[in-house]
Design a protein around this ligand. Sequence first.
Ligand code: 5GP
Length: 237
Amino acid sequence: MALQETGGHLHCRAIINPPNPCRSVAALASTGIFSEAVPMSQRTGVLLLVSGPSGSGKTTLCRRLARDGEAHYSISCTTRPVREGEVNAHDYYFLTREQFEADVETENFLEHAEVHGNLYGTLKSEVLEFLKRGEDVVVDIDVQGAAQVRSCDDPLIAASLVDLFVMPASEDELRKRLANRATDTEEVIALRLRNALEEMRHAGSYTYRLISGSKEDDYQRFKSLLVAERLRVSRLA
Ligand code: 5GP
């Protein structure tokens, strides 16, 4: 470090390397530092796990990310009845209890849990191959499933995982959003509200939290998380 005096002020000037750009670039390349700038196809994927109560808007966020080509949306299996407008193999793989249990038996699930009285599970085939190819995967699962994924001993899952809890701005807002869901009966809404409040108790187990505001702002923050996580040095080949 050299000190220069100009006009009565002292300025610090770093003299660390002589200004020889060609030599510095060659030196950096030989240390392998530029290998961190490899194309995205040479990194492992991000497993973006999203939980949050019904009505938090998490499914909309996950679906939009997939629609924009930013990540693969993992289609879950469920035994719950099909809602109006839902399509098998797009919204869920709708299974009978017997079919679901057969998948449990053959260890096809990365995680599975009973939610609101129905069975839900994430297929390994919806996640692992994508991550290996360097594709990002977004999974929309409940807090029980999230705990199972967090404690999974597969090193690929452990290295890929980023968990986020999406929550409504207030209990009132949550009530409003649940009531606006024309697809559910009063009884189902009440059950979902109780479950939502219970689920929010687990928000502290997640690395990230997004408190829902406007749809557009939520999505921009959500996508920014994925974009930032792609830059982790540990994901680069
Ligand atoms: P819905 O029936 O409203 O689509 O989803 C109900 C709840 O089940 C949501 O909290 C959703 O995140 C959760 N869920 C959806 N798919 C899965 C899954 O594969 N595994 C687990 N554990 N929960 C899921």
